[in-house]
Design a protein around this ligand. Structure first.
Ligand SMILES: Cc1cc2nc3c(=O)[nH]c(=O)nc-3n(C[C@H](O)[C@H](O)[C@H](O)COP(=O)(O)OP(=O)(O)OC[C@H]3O[C@@H](n4cnc5c(N)ncnc54)[C@H](O)[C@@H]3O)c2cc1C
Length: 337
């Protein structure tokens, strides 16, 4: 998202941007996402939800997102819903393929170049936007990947080697509990999410630990807790009476049936239903330290945006697409000023 937003803004400002893409298609994790681009109502609420994030960066999102969303709409990006459906947040849901296509059209087809395998010429980049390092984190910690398969941390390594500072806990991530299977296809990342920790008793798979903390609304703290448990596996124990409860557009029962159909252990536990889950890593939350102008602190003239940047959602979760959109636009404007 950040790279395409930056390039589209740069094109609009009269530049001739080039997007170098490592994957076999543009769009990154944005294309796989639910594509709700949102913000908290105020900086105070943002700070409360993400207490370890930098207030200056959070302020830029609170103050800049509405205009950035209007900009997307003005370019013709298709809106699917004009609300987020979450009273804590403001924003819109876009069609991910439509949004990607809109940005590509503005940038111009010739300006997006797919790199040959093994090529990562980041020394040519003015703006780093390689999507953080969910692939590396998932591999190192034995977790499922729930993000595009190319974001290995190339931008982070490149900037750090040039003196770039990092911020936030580099082990912190946003993700979802997923059915405990070996691998999940990209097309199933949204459909198979097990988002009913709020209705469950949650224990490690060997029953050695139980989640006792206060669950946050996005269930990010639960997913991170499970990632540290034995084998990174947990049972969700659910009373049958909660099966009709809805979380967003699905019922708990539908989510459990999807887990069963995907091949995860789903068992009877003395009348309750037990579902085995494992964390899927969607986005790393630690990363490069930038200032409000999207400059990587410690480097001479490098910009970064999107999940390569840390210090925004730490301690909670805020829209990764919003951060990528706002700072992608800022990075383009600053790089051209
Ligand atoms: C299933 C799912 C649902 C989600 N739902 C939402 C949601 O509803 N709302 C929300 O706000 N967020 C959501 N997200 C998160 C959101 O997609 C990310 O926050 C956002 O895409 C981050 O933008 P980015 O530009 O940093 O990374 P990406 O969009 O992933 O783009 C990074 C790009 O960099 C490329 N790349 C990596 N390394 C290199 C390299 N060395 N050289 C060149 N290119 C490279 C990658 O291939 C990729 O195309 C979701 C994510 C997933 C997977």
């Amino acid at each position: 998202m950040a790279g395409l937003a930056a390039a589209a803004r740069a094109r609009e400002l009269g530049a001739e941007p080039v997007v170098l893409e490592k994957g076999d298609r543009p769009g990154g994790s944005m294309l796989l996402s639910s594509c709700v681009i949102w913000r908290y109502h105020s900086l105070e609420a943002f700070q409360e939800e993400c207490p370890r994030g930098d207030p200056a960066l959070q302020r830029a999102i609170v103050e800049g997102l509405d205009e950035a969303i209007e900009w997307l709409e003005s370019l013709g990006a298709p809106v699917v819903e004009h609300q987020t459906g979450n009273p804590r947040t403001l924003g819109k849901r876009f069609d991910p393929a439509g949004l990607t296509g809109t940005l590509l059209r503005v940038i111009g087809d010739d300006s997006v170049r797919l790199l040959e395998r093994g090529q990562t010429p980041l020394q040519k980049a003015d703006i780093l936007s390689t999507g953080g390092f969910p692939v590396r984190l998932a591999r190192e910690r034995g977790l499922l990947l729930r993000a595009n398969r190319w974001s290995e941390g190339d931008g982070l390594d490149f900037a750090v080697a040039r003196g770039g500072q990092t911020t936030g806990d580099l082990g912190e991530f946003y993700g979802r509990s997923m059915p405990a299977v070996e691998h999940i296809e990209e097309r199933d990342y949204v459909r198979l999410a097990q988002l009913y920790g709020r209705f469950a008793e949650v224990e490690a798979h060997d029953r050695s630990v139980r989640f006792e903390g206060e669950l946050d609304w996005s269930e990010t703290n639960l997913v991170q807790a499970i990632a540290g448990w034995p084998d990174g596996l947990a049972w969700y124990f659910v009373e049958r009476s909660v099966l009709p409860q809805k979380v967003r557009e699905k019922t708990v029962g539908e989510m459990i049936e999807a887990a069963r159909a995907a091949g995860a252990p789903v068992e009877d536990d003395d009348g309750r239903i037990a579902v085995l889950v494992r964390p899927g890593v969607t986005q790393t939350l630690g990363g490069l330290r930038i200032d409000e102008r999207a400059r990587v602190v410690g480097t001479d003239g490098l910009y970064a945006a999107g999940a390569d940047v840390g210090g925004i959602s730490n301690g909670g979760w805020s829209s990764g697409l919003a951060a990528a959109l706002v700072f992608g636009r800022i990075a383009a404007e600053q790089a051209l000023s």
